[in-house]
Design a protein around this ligand. Structure first.
Ligand code: AMP
Length: 249
């Protein structure tokens, strides 16, 4: 079985984003970029399925600027077999990403597509669900456990108030949640090996997808600054303050 893993190049999760002075977006100049953390979890899960003998090939795909190649090389160094870069300088919204992925699914026919539950730059949490709708494949979102047996996948999902387990007929779409696994680091020999793994260069036009924006960002602003805290002398004063705020009985 082939597994397709879409990986997005995003601002590194350790970086504190700076909003552009004109409020049109986040300043990406000279900012460290990395693979979206939920996509690292997706790559790791695909590798584990390959190590168990369930998967035979892992194809990583990224839609974005030329430098998204680095993100794909990271996926290859972790253990993906080949990669597809769908290169564009446009900012590609989840619907256009899902349409491109649908075209790749039609071409590659993967048994599983494992995406992140959300990209930490736009926090859309839409692409996996849209891809499931466009392909008509069953979806197991927010996966915290994934088991594949025969032609079915059992997914334990993180839902409000607990866990839900669903069984999906393959081929299917999965999105990863934080506790699914802990991704491995690529070893130096594997980073070297990844340089010679195949990486195909494509464009959205190759898949007949128009990436023109359908959403207009009106304004991006910093979150309000937190006001300074107050030091209390002792527990009694703390309890009295909490009571006056209606927090403690
Ligand atoms: P989102 O719906 O934007 O929050 O993204 C959810 C998931 O879709 C991500 O974790 C990725 O697996 C995938 N994805 C979104 N945008 C891209 C992209 N430009 N290239 C590759 N994968 C993407």
């Amino acid at each position: 079985m082939k597994i397709l893993v879409p990986v997005k190049r995003v601002i590194d999760y350790n970086v504190k984003p700076r909003v552009k002075l004109d409020g049109t977006g986040v300043d990406l100049a000279n900012v460290k970029m990395s693979m979206n953390p939920f996509d690292e979890i997706a790559v790791e899960e695909a590798i584990r399925l390959k190590e168990k003998g369930v998967a035979t090939e892992i194809v990583a795909v990224s839609i974005g600027v030329a430098k998204a190649q680095e993100t794909l090389r990271t996926a290859l160094a972790m253990g993906a077999d080949r990669a597809i870069l769908v290169q564009t300088d446009d900012e590609v919204e989840p619907l256009a990403v899902a349409k491109i992925l649908k075209a790749i699914v039609d071409e590659e026919q993967p048994g599983l597509v494992i995406l992140g539950k959300q990209a930490i730059d736009d926090d859309s949490n839409q692409t996996g669900q849209m891809l499931a709708a466009l392909t008509g494949r069953p979806q197991g979102t927010f996966a915290n456990k994934l088991e594949v047996e025969g032609d079915a996948a059992t997914v334990t999902r993180e839902v409000d108030g607990g866990l839900e387990t669903v069984k999906l007929a393959l081929p299917a779409i999965i999105t990863t949640d934080l506790r699914l696994n802990e991704p491995r680091y690529a070893s130096l020999p594997n980073i070297m090996k990844a340089k010679s793994k195949p990486l195909a260069n494509k464009t959205p036009a190759d898949y007949g997808v128009d990436t023109a924006a359908r959403l207009q960002t009106l304004k991006v602003s910093e979150p309000p600054k937190r006001s300074a805290g107050v030091k209390v002398a002792d527990v009694d004063e703390l309890v009295a303050k909490l009571k006056s705020m209606g927090v403690a009985a």
